[in-house]
Design a protein around this ligand. Structure first.
Ligand SMILES: CC(C)(COP(=O)(O)OP(=O)(O)OC[C@H]1O[C@@H](n2cnc3c(N)ncnc32)[C@H](O)[C@@H]1OP(=O)(O)O)[C@@H](O)C(=O)NCCC(=O)NCCS
Length: 252
């Protein structure tokens, strides 16, 4: 795709693209992820509170969003290696709370990057990550942190994330495609955040979200999940706890 065919939208235009951006982002993650309680409660806050932190690339021929990078500002004054284990769920709530209390943010966090399926594998992921970084730089932050969801981990749900992030390809770069994009742009792995996102549901809900049947208690491999989902029939509760990877980018 040539450069002339892509443009970044301005903050004032974000609201006008909210529905099409929501559709693009929604299609990028498996259905069950959208039943995470933090997403359900705070998704609209991204647009209502932080429109200028949403990086959106448009195809100028169709005027439709083709890549998005959702980010937020938050307050973090400790060492980055003390970022919490429940990274994603925690940081979204923290950013909203900081904003409600009028605290001055000190760092930027990217929470989702999604590329329209028809535009994947054309190098857009680096462009949108750069657009996210430019937002942080324009705000004067020195750090962008990301609870990264490695995109190929879903193919290896039984492997521990600590082991998975050590895997490398023939060039010595991370095996995982999305981790590789971050590393190439200067991102550094801080540590695994083992309980980044939690999704809770009844058996019927999990069956509806996944199209699978869960006849007995136990661990299940669910398409798109990075680790197994654990179902307890007596409690009528299925729990999925997703590990992510805290990464850091230094901003200019
Ligand atoms: C993961 C994602 C952001 C990658 O974006 P993209 O624009 O398609 O990727 P690029 O064309 O920039 O390619 C980057 C690298 O990933 C590789 N890659 C991309 N998609 C891949 C796939 N499905 N399987 C294997 N490798 C893949 C590319 O070959 C390239 O590898 P290289 O480093 O050897 O050059 C995109 O596929 C996506 O939106 N997925 C759904 C949402 C998601 O998982 N987001 C990330 C976590 S929030």
């Amino acid at each position: 795709m040539n450069k002339e065919q892509i443009r970044s939208i301005n903050p004032g235009e974000v609201i006008g693209f909210q529905d099409s951006v929501n559709q693009l982002t929604r299609e990028s993650w498996p259905e069950f992820m959208w039943h995470n309680s933090v997403i359900k409660e705070h998704w609209d806050d991204l647009f209502d509170r932080f429109p200028e932190y949403q990086a959106i690339l448009l195809d100028t021929k169709t005027n439709q969003p083709i890549a998005v990078g959702h980010s937020l500002p938050f307050v973090w004054e400790a060492e980055l290696n003390r970022l919490p284990d429940n990274g994603w769920d925690w940081v979204v709530k923290k950013a909203v709370q900081d904003h409600k209390e009028g605290r001055t943010p000190t760092a930027q966090v990217a929470i989702i990057v999604a590329i329209h399926t028809e535009y994947q594998r054309q190098g857009l992921s680096s462009k949108v990550l750069q657009a996210v970084r430019s937002i942080g730089e324009s705000k004067g932050f020195t750090n962008l942190v990301v609870p990264v969801r490695p995109n190929l981990k879903r193919l290896y749900p039984l492997i521990n994330m600590d082991d998975y992030i050590q895997w490398t390809n023939d060039e010595g770069m991370p095996f995982d495609a999305w981790l590789r994009v971050h590393v190439r742009l200067g991102g550094k792995i801080i540590k695994v955040c083992p309980q980044a996102k939690t999704v809770l549901g009844t058996r019927a809900e999990w069956e509806e979200w996944t199209g699978l049947k869960f006849p007995q208690s136990g661990e299940y491999i669910v398409p798109g999940a990075l680790s197994p989902m654990e179902l307890d029939i007596e409690k009528d509760e299925g729990i999925y706890i997703e590990p992510n990877v805290w990464m850091q980018h230094s901003l200019a």
